[in-house]
Design a protein around this ligand. Structure first.
Ligand code: IMP
Length: 429
């Protein structure tokens, strides 16, 4: 069967970009289905670092056609910038390699202004969004007053829709938030230019994907963000506004579940989170600093999109087990195992204590999750540098035991582990 879905099993930043890059080598099409340029996927190829926000990592493989699905929200100006950046690095970005759904939604300057204003108004309760306008764009989509990408093909109608949206938003910015309003003319200008550039790339993605799959093409659905940030299944309201889980791939691209034979979850072998919201296994001080890294390397725990230091903690198997069920993982890829070298002991949360009771399942309210304390299992660590490991025998016994325990705890096989940022730093078990 032709489709594989790849999703983040935690709070995003699991290292999906490098896993997508690996799976893209076996794919004809790589398609993003949710989110927008809040995502940041880093891929390291022969000393060159590619930072992708909207365009799937598959673009780095010549045989792959990349698709931006209807489930996405797209800032056309930032997309053009990303395309130009890739082109300058020698990547072919012609319309034969990149297809943009006519049914995705446009992130406008109005959405970006609203994101900033609403975050400021929330004060201490801020979500900690990426300020890319994601939430307000999805709000307009579901409120049936958004602008679809297909409208970029009609200059006048697109300009009118942009003016209208900015004018409508100005009322909210002024009356609800008391902040500066936007000049509709100025806000629209760069968008109209970007629309002209993007027009040749627009297409009905559902029709395209179904036809290609009927002809035998293999599709990799590349998730962004992660399961615990899902608007339905995550720690609401500390979530993004889309469905980054496997179900979102079907609605965000337009094909049925019978097409899918593989659902790959990606989890870091510890936990990180950016922005607000509960994180039961969060650490502070020296241990957190060791997991985070210094920020010297791009793979250290600082946001690709915002540069914010990530909150770090031990692996949370309660959350991971939940992600395995919500997504129906057929396998799990563990990333950044090399970071754990040198820890005397490693901890995994296997249950929580909530209001004096031990629970094995993720509480379904964020308030309970905020009160949860981790119940840890302690495993021996290892001291060896494992960045050169390429198969199971190259790993210390303690590392193999750590991987086995995670697979047991979430009931999903782990066949691949990353031990560094380079393409070949993968251990196939
Ligand atoms: P938004 O998606 O910008 O609205 O942000 C909502 C929440 O999701 C915030 O906590 C962000 O930090 C988080 N978030 C959004 N995109 C990513 C991502 O790609 N990686 C990690 N966290 C993300």
């Amino acid at each position: 069967m032709p489709a594989t879905i790849l999703v983040g099993a935690q709070w995003g930043d699991e290292g999906k970009g490098r896993v997508a890059d690996w799976l893209a080598a076996q794919s004809d099409i790589v398609a993003r289905f949710a989110g927008g340029d809040n995502a940041g996927h880093t891929v390291y190829v022969d000393e060159t670092v590619f930072k992708l926000h909207l365009i799937p990592s598959g673009i780095l493989h010549d045989q792959v056609t990349c698709v931006l699905g209807n489930g996405m929200v797209i800032n056309p100006v930032n997309l053009v910038k990303e395309m130009d950046g890739l082109q300058a690095m020698g990547v072919d970005i012609s319309p034969s390699r990149l297809i943009i759904s006519t049914r995705a939604h446009i992130i406008t300057p109005a959405h970006i202004a609203l994101d900033a204003a609403s975050e400021k108004a929330r004060g201490a309760e801020a979500i900690g969004t990426t300020l890319r306008g994601i939430g307000p764009a999805y709000l307009d989509k579901t409120g049936r007053q958004g602008i679809r990408t297909g409208l970029m093909a009609q200059e006048e109608a697109f300009a009118d829709a942009l003016y209208e949206m900015v004018k409508r938003t100005n009322v909210i910015l002024e009356q609800q938030y008391g902040v500066e309003t936007l000049d509709p003319q100025a806000a629209a200008q760069s968008y109209l230019e970007a629309a002209l550039r993007l027009r040749p790339y627009l297409r009905d993605v559902a029709v395209y994907l179904n036809q290609r799959m009927n002809d035998g093409a293999r599709v990799l659905c590349e998730g962004a963000q992660g399961t615990l940030l899902d608007v339905d299944h995550g720690d609401y309201p500390f979530v993004t506004s889309s469905s980054p889980t496997s179900g979102g791939a079907l609605t965000g691209l337009g094909f049925g579940p019978k097409r899918v034979d593989r659902v790959v979850g990606v989890a870091k072998c510890f936990s990180t989170r950016v922005g607000g919201g509960p994180m039961v296994t969060e650490l502070h001080g020296e241990l957190a600093d060791r997991l985070r890294g210094t920020g010297e390397h791009f793979w250290d725990e600082y946001g690709t999109t915002t540069g914010r230091p990530r909150r770090c903690g031990w692996l949370d198997a309660v959350a991971l087990r939940y992600a395995a069920e919500v997504n129906g993982f057929t396998e799990l890829v563990l990333t950044k195992l090399d970071v754990l070298s040198g820890f005397n002991v490693l901890k995994i949360a296997t249950a929580y204590i909530v209001d004096g009771r031990q629970v094995d399942l993720l509480p379904d309210t964020t308030l309970e999750l905020e009160r949860a304390e981790p119940v840890y299992e302690t495993l021996p660590g290892w001291s060896e540098d494992i960045t050169g490991a390429r198969d199971a025998d190259d790993l210390p016994a303690a590392a193999r035991a750590y991987i086995r325990r995670i697979a047991d705890l979430c009931g999903v096989p782990i066949r691949t582990v990353s031990v560094g940022p380079e393409r070949d730093q993968l251990v196939h078990l």
